[in-house]
Design a binder for this molecule. Structure first.
Ligand code: AQP
Length: 332
C-alpha cells in the first residue's frame, strides 16, 4: 500500500471549511486506500508561543474533530506530532542540509512574519517548513494531501529528500503533493480573493466546523458577492459567487455548470440558502461526534497514544538509517 501523511495545526478552537474541503475530507477518503498517518501539528503551533492550557485544549479539540469527521483509529494512525519525538530530531538534521537563501524564499514565512514584525517572529516560524519536511520524510510518505498554500513547502520537502539521498545515499522517498484542484483554495467569505484562514480571516469570513447552524447560515447569507445577480462562476469578476459555487459543488457532488443552470434567474438569495443548508448538513454530524469524543478525554488521549505508538515504529526505522548515514554513533 502507498503511504499518505498529513498534518493540521491546532491553532484555533475549530477547523474551518477550507481545512475540511482542502485537507480533512481527503484524509478520510485516503485511509481506505493507503497506509495513513495523520497528526495534529502541535510542534508547529509552538512557533507562535500559544498558552500551554490553550494548546492542550486545542490539540484535543483538533483530534476529536479528525475522528468526528470520520478518521478511524483502526485504519489510520492519528496522533499529536510531539508524541513522536523523532520529528524534532530529523528536523535538526534537515536544518543542517538547508540553505539560508532557500529557507528565506518561503512565502508563508514572509506573510506570517509580516503579522508579527520580522524581528519578533520566532526562529521556529522561519524553520517551520523544514520541520514539515521532517514530518513527511520520516514516514517515507508517497503522497501528502494539502491545500495549494502548502505547495511551496512540499517542493522544499522534495528538494531536501533528493539532496539527502544524493549526499548520503538513498534514504528518503521523494513525496508528491495530493491537491484537489476544485477545493485547493477555499476563500474568505468577506474577502473572496484571500484564503479562508484560522489566523487571518475575520469571524464573518470564516465557516467553522463546530459553529452553530444559525451562525453558519447568517454568515453565508451575508457573504460578499457582487452587484449583479447571476449565479455563474467567474473567478475574475465574481470571486465571491465562484467560491460559493465551488463549496456547493464540492459538498453535493454536483458539477458547477449544472448548478449554474439550476440557479439561472433566481438571484443570490435562493442560491446562498442552499449553500448554507449543504454546509450545515455536513458540519452538524461532525460537531455532534466531536462533542461526544471531547466528553471522554481519557479515551481520546488513549486513542492518540495508540496512534503515536504505531507511527513511532515507522519513524524509528527511518531514523536508525538516517543516523547511520550521517555518521552518528549508535544510540543507547
Ligand atoms: N482556505 C483553504 N482552502 C483549502 N485548503 C486549506 N487549508 C487551509 N486553509 C485552506 C489546508 O488545511 C490544512 C491544514 O492547515 P494548517 O492547519 O496546517 O494551517 P494553514 O494552512 O496555515 O491553515 P490556516 O487555516 O490558514 O491556519 P493558520 O492560520 O493557523 O496558519 C493544510 O493542508 C492546508 O493546506
Amino acid at each position: 500500500l502507498a503511504r499518505v501523511l498529513s498534518g493540521i495545526q491546532p491553532t484555533a478552537d475549530s477547523f474551518h471549511l477550507g481545512n475540511y474541503l482542502g485537507a480533512i475530507r481527503q484524509y478520510v477518503a485516503l485511509q481506505d486506500t493507503h497506509e495513513a498517518f495523520f497528526f495534529i501539528a502541535d510542534l508547529h503551533a509552538l512557533t507562535v508561543a500559544p498558552k500551554p492550557e490553550e494548546l492542550r485544549r486545542r490539540t484535543r479539540i483538533a483530534a476529536a474533530q479528525l475522528f468526528g469527521a470520520g478518521l478511524d483509529p483502526e485504519r489510520a494512525a492519528v496522533f499529536a506530532q510531539s508524541q513522536v519525538r523523532e520529528h524534532s530530531e530529523l528536523a535538526w538534521y534537515l536544518i543542517c542540509q538547508t540553505g539560508m537563501g532557500e529557507a528565506g524564499r518561503m512565502t508563508q514565512f514572509k506573510d506570517k512574519s509580516a503579522r508579527y514584525g520580522e524581528s519578533s517572529a520566532s526562529v521556529g516560524l522561519f524553520t517551520y517548513p523544514i520541520l514539515q519536511a521532517a514530518d513527511i520524510l520520516i514516514y517515507q510518505a508517497d503522497q501528502v494531501p494539502v491545500g495549494v498554500d502548502q505547495k511551496q513547502h512540499l517542493e522544499l520537502s522534495r528538494d531536501l529528500a533528493q539532496r539527502f539521498n544524493s549526499r548520503y545515499g538513498q534514504t528518503f522517498k521523494v513525496p508528491s503533493p495530493y491537491i484537489l484542484k476544485e477545493v485547493e483554495k477555499i476563500t474568505d467569505l468577506q474577502d473572496p480573493t484571500a484564503k479562508m484562514s484560522k489566523s487571518s480571516s475575520s469571524p464573518q469570513g470564516i465557516l467553522d466546523v463546530l459553529e452553530e447552524p444559525n451562525v453558519l447560515r447568517k454568515k453565508i447569507m451575508r457573504a460578499v458577492t457582487d452587484t449583479g445577480s447571476d449565479v455563474v462562476a467567474d473567478e475574475e469578476n465574481k470571486p465571491g459567487v465562484t467560491n460559493l459555487l465551488r463549496i456547493l459543488s464540492a459538498l453535493t457532488g454536483t458539477p458547477i455548470p449544472e448548478l449554474e443552470t439550476r440557479f439561472a434567474g433566481q438571484g443570490y438569495g435562493t442560491f446562498k440558502k442552499e449553500v448554507a443548508e449543504a454546509v450545515i448538513e455536513t458540519f452538524s454530524p461532525i460537531r455532534e461526534r466531536t462533542e461526544k469524543l471531547l466528553a471522554d478525554e481519557v479515551e481520546l488521549d488513549r486513542m492518540l497514544v495508540a496512534g503515536a505508538a504505531r507511527a513511532r515504529k515507522v519513524a524509528q526505522e527511518t531514523m536508525e538509517q538516517v543516523r547511520e548515514r550521517l555518521g552518528l554513533l549508535p544510540t543507547p
